[in-house]
Design a protein around this ligand. Structure first.
Ligand SMILES: [Zn+2]
Length: 476
């Protein structure tokens, strides 16, 4: 539908207001909302009244801002909009129901994708049904208890926006097809969006898991205008994603597949024929293999899954086992070299590290990672903050759900004739989700950098390091 009708300016402004409120962790007044969005106070007042009626916003007392009478504090009602996220993780399928704050309200973990995608999709459909039942039961219970839910506040049940699906690449997000991901050998040309949508009666969208994860990371984060944010995804394989000025870079569909990035570590030969590729040191199963060779009693097969084996190695390393610590040094150094490459390529404000296995290996790998990222920086090269994701091991599924929040509730580009650099395939690009923040030049994008910098400290993200060539401050 893009480019065929005039954009709805009113809807865009409404999304700007929602964004200003949800990115204010302590709530926000109408006057401040007007200032941050560039809208008139009268326009904000009308929009806020409508959003209060719809139950999407609520008032939360008032506070005095110096001169003048105290102003009413606005907050979003997180449970007023919900979305379901599905992550086709090679080791298991995660299905979550999240609210507007991207907090999981319920989840199902089911067996890994098999060589029978139809059966897998049936299982996912059942998990989604069961989440919807749980959601309705909870709402009824809260209503009976007279809690102040969206149902009571707005007289309207929460809206379930749809089902987001995150998959390893390669996929075709525009057509909603899982094409040929090496990590899902049984899934070839599977029209997962159509099939899940038909099964659930809900709209569905598909994105790469790294893109979904970065979308979630940026959803509630106050962003520096014009800045780049890079994401390093630590899962069964290694991946990356990058967003510039709030917009994800999609490239030709395989951007961010960095498994064959040279690390300069060791001389192991990769399947690509070269030596020392990143995946040789970071893929979970290789880390486990290295541990087995080092005599650490990790077990193979069904007895203990990849996650449990990694947990065993990490807990030994954290307890001071030198063999386990040595096993995790290599992935740390390799990740550091990848971080260094991302910093040199993009000069990002932050490199965020997350993914299903990151929280397991973080403690043991981060000192090596920091050192490698710092030591590899040549004089005059860029520096960036390295931060850990705070979304936990289900970031893929949460990210998948965030695709819908992003699509339906985030302000998007106003000019319908603006070329979409990311998607040369044309008019169906509404299915691809790639806008994750105020657009450059949009009326909401004028907050000063200083102001945004101040609020960065309120984001509940662990800042683990600032890589800097000049200072030794990042040294562990
Ligand atoms: Zn390679």
């Amino acid at each position: 539908m893009r480019g065929t009708s005039m954009p709805d300016v009113g809807e865009y402004n409404e999304k700007l207001v929602i964004q200003a409120v949800r990115r204010a962790p302590d709530g926000i007044s109408q006057a401040e909302t007007a200032r941050r969005t560039g809208l008139s106070r009268q326009a904000v007042s009308l929009i806020v009244r409508r959003l209060l009626d719809q139950g999407l916003l609520r008032t939360d007392g008032s506070r005095s801002g110096g001169r003048g009478k105290p102003s009413t504090v606005l907050r979003v009602v997180p449970e007023s909009r919900l979305a379901i996220g599905v992550h086709l993780d090679p080791s298991r399928i995660a299905v979550v129901l999240v609210d507007l704050d991207l907090q999981p309200r319920a989840r199902r973990l089911i067996a890994a994708p098999t060589r029978d995608p139809e059966t897998d999709i049936a299982r996912i459909g059942e998990a989604i049904e069961s989440l919807r039942h749980e959601m309705h039961a909870e709402l009824r219970a809260e209503h009976v208890k007279g809690r102040d839910t969206a149902v009571d506040a707005g007289g309207e049940a929460p809206q379930l926006l749809g089902v987001g699906i995150a998959s390893p690449g390669g996929i075709d997000p525009v057509r909603g097809i899982v094409v040929d991901p090496p990590w899902l050998p049984g899934w070839r040309h599977v029209a997962v969006v159509d099939q899940l949508s038909r099964r659930t009666g809900l709209p569905a969208i598909l994105a790469k898991d790294t893109h979904a994860a970065l979308t979630a990371e940026l959803w509630g984060r106050p962003l520096h205008r014009g800045a780049t944010y890079d994401y390093l995804y630590v899962g069964d394989g290694i991946g990356s994603a990058s967003a510039e000025d709030g917009t994800l870079r999609h490239g030709g569909g395989r951007a961010g597949e960095i498994g064959h990035l040279p690390t300069g570590i060791g001389d192991a030969v990769c399947s690509c024929g070269r030596r020392g590729c990143l995946n040789l040191y970071t893929d979970a199963r290789r880390v486990i293999g290295a541990a087995r060779e080092a005599g650490i009693p990790v077990e193979e097969g069904e007895e203990r899954g990849v996650r449990e084996q990694l947990e065993l190695i990490a807990s030994r390393a954290n307890d001071g086992d030198p063999a386990a610590a040595a096993v995790l040094e290599l992935p740390g150094r390799a990740l550091g070299s990848a971080v260094r490459a991302l910093i040199d390529l993009h000069d990002p404000a932050q490199v965020i590290i997350g993914g299903p296995y990151w929280h397991i290996v973080e403690e043991s790998t981060i000192p090596h990672l920091q050192r490698a990222a710092r030591d590899a920086s040549a004089p005059g090269t860029a520096q960036a903050q390295i931060v850990s994701s705070n979304l936990g091991p289900h970031v893929g599924a949460i990210g998948a759900a965030s695709l819908f929040m992003e699509r339906d509730l985030a302000p998007r580009r106003l000019d319908p004739t603006a070329p979409d650099q990311d998607d040369p395939r044309g008019a169906d690009s509404e299915q691809a989700t790639h806008v994750v923040a105020p657009e450059p030049g949009g009326p909401g994008a004028h907050a000063s950098t200083a102001e945004i910098s101040n609020s960065v400290s309120t984001v509940p993200t662990v800042v683990t390091s600032t890589v800097s060539r000049a200072s030794g401050s990042a040294a562990p």
